[in-house]
Ligand binder design. Structure first.
Ligand SMILES: Nc1ncnc2c1ncn2[C@@H]1O[C@H](COP(=O)(O)OP(=O)(O)OP(=O)(O)O)[C@@H](O)[C@H]1O
Ligand SMILES: [Mg+2]
Length: 396
């Protein structure tokens, strides 16, 4: 077997044996991409579709914790995955109090053991909880003022990303992080993309296979490809309701069933309430329940109680995306400007010294008054506990 490149073909290149190449890669100091050994993993806190997430300690600063999100390299023949590059580019652009902060990208050393393939990690500031984890713990009780603070920060984050022409496209409670001080951060930009208003009247043709089913807005379920920020506001509405119901309000198990659940809550999907809906690709292909009355306020007032809350939720869950409230208008809603005013979460969270993440929480049941048939989410694994600087991480 020949290991060397024939010198005469590349007069200026240095001939290297495979061994030499490997040693060269092993010893190369990549600028701007430190080795992940500067962090020490302490617990696994997430298992997403695209890889694992770990809590880790910064070895140079014992008080500093980060979240390491592994870049999944499986089936990658073309090098670094384009989806991860997109997520990184978007995170590098977005810098805001209510958006998770990407610190850097790290790598493991390429060695013989990993067949000279590095693992890459996205390194984030660590947040102690995610909203799905908090909502699944019955001991975590949000006051009305605290719920207002959560929604205000969430809408602030959306206002910021939409102003920067980014769609999140995966709004759900597990992708909303909350620090122990009560600061909310939108996270998981793995499905996010840039958007712009239709140029020269040519409609966008984005994929509509985005957003977790339970949080997916009706326009995507009906095949719309020329969509925009309202897709994220539908998700914000689902999350808002969940602040009271404590579990997702529409847990469909197919796209068809999700549309049925939406129609049962928000009323029949018709051209009368949503002009132009009849032109969407799947409008005629899906079975859309007729004669359904809109019952958002009626069914949710049992949970929400506050009339301003019901009114804002009603506006976030508007079927027609062009009529759905935008984040700016939502932030000006009386909900945020009447007593009790939005109130800091830090004090309430100080009562809880255990990190809460969806991955570590028991499965949540659908809320009683919202329950439809066949809606039991899959069981999650049981957990054990380890202690660490006052915060406990439940790990396997
Ligand atoms: N900065 C962070 N601090 C604390 N926890 C985090 C952080 N980033 C992510 N997590 C946790 O890890 C989970 C998965 O992370 P993320 O949503 O970014 O990955 P994902 O692979 O895209 O997940 P999924 O496919 O399930 O949406 C989050 O739901 C959250 O619980
Ligand atoms: Mg996620």
């Amino acid at each position: 077997m020949q290991n060397t490149t024939p010198r005469e073909n590349h007069p200026h290149s240095v001939t290297m044996s495979v061994k030499e190449k490997e040693r060269y890669i092993e010893n190369f100091q990549f600028p701007y991409c430190d080795e992940s050994t500067k962090y020490e993993k302490v617990a696994k806190i997430g298992q997403g579709t695209f890889g694992e997430v770990f809590k880790a300690r910064d070895k140079s600063n014992a008080k500093k914790f980060v979240a390491l999100k592994k870049v999944l390299m499986d089936n990658e023949k073309e090098g670094f995955p384009i989806t991860a590059l997109r997520e990184i580019r978007i995170l590098q652009l977005l810098k805001h109090e209510n958006v998770v902060n990407l610190i850097e990208i790290c790598r493991t050393k390429a060695t013989q053991n990993n067949r000279y393939r590095s693992t890459f990690y996205l390194v984030f500031d660590f947040c102690e909880h995610d909203l799905a984890g908090l909502l699944s713990n019955v001991n975590v009780k949000f006051s009305l003022g605290e719920i207002k603070k959560v929604m205000q920060q969430l809408l602030n984050g959306l206002y910021y990303i939409h102003s920067n022409k980014i769609l999140h496209r995966d709004m759900k409670a597990a992708n909303v992080l909350i620090t122990k001080n009560g600061v909310l951060k939108l996270a998981d930009f793995g499905l996010a993309r840039a958007f712009s208003a239709n140029k020269n009247g040519i409609p966008n043709r984005f994929t509509n296979r985005v957003v977790t089913l339970w949080y997916r807005p009706p326009e995507l379920l009906l095949g719309e490809r020329n969509y925009g920020p309202p897709v994220d506001l539908w998700g914000a509405g689902c999350i808002m309701a969940e602040m009271w119901t404590r579990s997702p309000i529409m847990q469909g198990n197919s796209e068809q069933q999700q549309l049925t659940l939406i129609s049962q809550l928000c009323g029949s999907i018709t051209p009368a309430v949503w002009p132009g809906v009849e032109n969407l690709d799947l409008y005629k292909k899906m079975e859309l329940p007729q004669q359904q009355k809109r019952k958002v306020k009626e069914r949710l007032k049992y949970y929400l109680k506050d009339p301003y809350a019901c009114d804002l939720l009603d506006k976030l869950l508007i079927l027609d995306p062009s009529k759905r409230v935008d984040s700016d208008t939502a932030l000006n809603h009386d909900f945020f400007w009447t007593d009790p005013m939005p109130c800091d979460l830090g004090k309430m969270l100080a009562n809880h010294t255990q990190s809460m993440f969806e991955y570590l929480a028991p499965p949540r049941r659908p809320p009683q008054h919202m329950r439809a048939h066949h809606q039991i989410p899959g069981a999650r694994p049981t957990t054990s506990a380890v202690q660490d600087n006052g915060y406990q991480d439940r790990v396997f």
